[in-house]
Design a binder for this molecule. Structure first.
Ligand code: ATP
Length: 135
């Protein structure tokens, strides 16, 4: 049995990551799940959350803003709205986005798009959570 499988993470901006990896943990909309080499094929949607990629025995946390994953025995592809490794997250930017979203929700203006504000809040909270895990 192979010890690794290929992982491609793609966003609208382009390829975010490509490597042979040992393990993957992803935030499925139905719950978090793990993928090892030889996994049964499946497809599912992904929530805003943390993807943990094990490469060369080391876990690399990444923040994603939702998307889809296709799993095959020797290859997985994540199509994500955004994807940033913990070390690439700009903490100040995420804090500013968080405060903007909080202020919008609190102010409750007549033209507030609450779903959009809560989604922005969720993305920033997730980025701050993942940034806190950088090794
Ligand atoms: P902001 O209001 O700061 O743009 P956002 O949640 O609206 O935050 P997104 O639309 O999710 O931003 O992402 C736009 C682009 O900016 C994506 O390429 C994403 O990877 C990048 N990005 C957003 N926030 C950060 C951050 N804090 N650190 C690094 N990259 C970020």
């Amino acid at each position: 049995m192979a010890k690794t499988f290929r992982l491609d993470i793609v966003t609208p901006q382009g390829a975010a990551f490509t490597a042979e990896v040992e393990h993957l943990r992803a935030p499925g909309t139905q719950g978090s799940f793990g993928v090892l080499p030889g996994h049964t094929p499946f497809m599912t949607s992904l929530a805003v959350g943390e993807v943990d990629i094990t490469v060369d025995g080391r876990v690399r946390p990444m923040a994603i803003s939702g998307g889809f994953i296709e799993v095959l025995p020797d290859h997985s592809v994540i199509l994500a709205q955004t994807a940033e490794f913990a070390e690439d997250i700009d903490v100040q930017r995420a804090e500013e986005a968080l405060h903007r979203a909080e202020d919008r929700i609190k102010a409750h203006a007549a033209d507030l798009d609450e779903t959009r504000a809560r989604a922005a809040l969720n993305r920033s909270v997730n980025r701050l959570h993942v940034a806190g895990k950088k090794g």
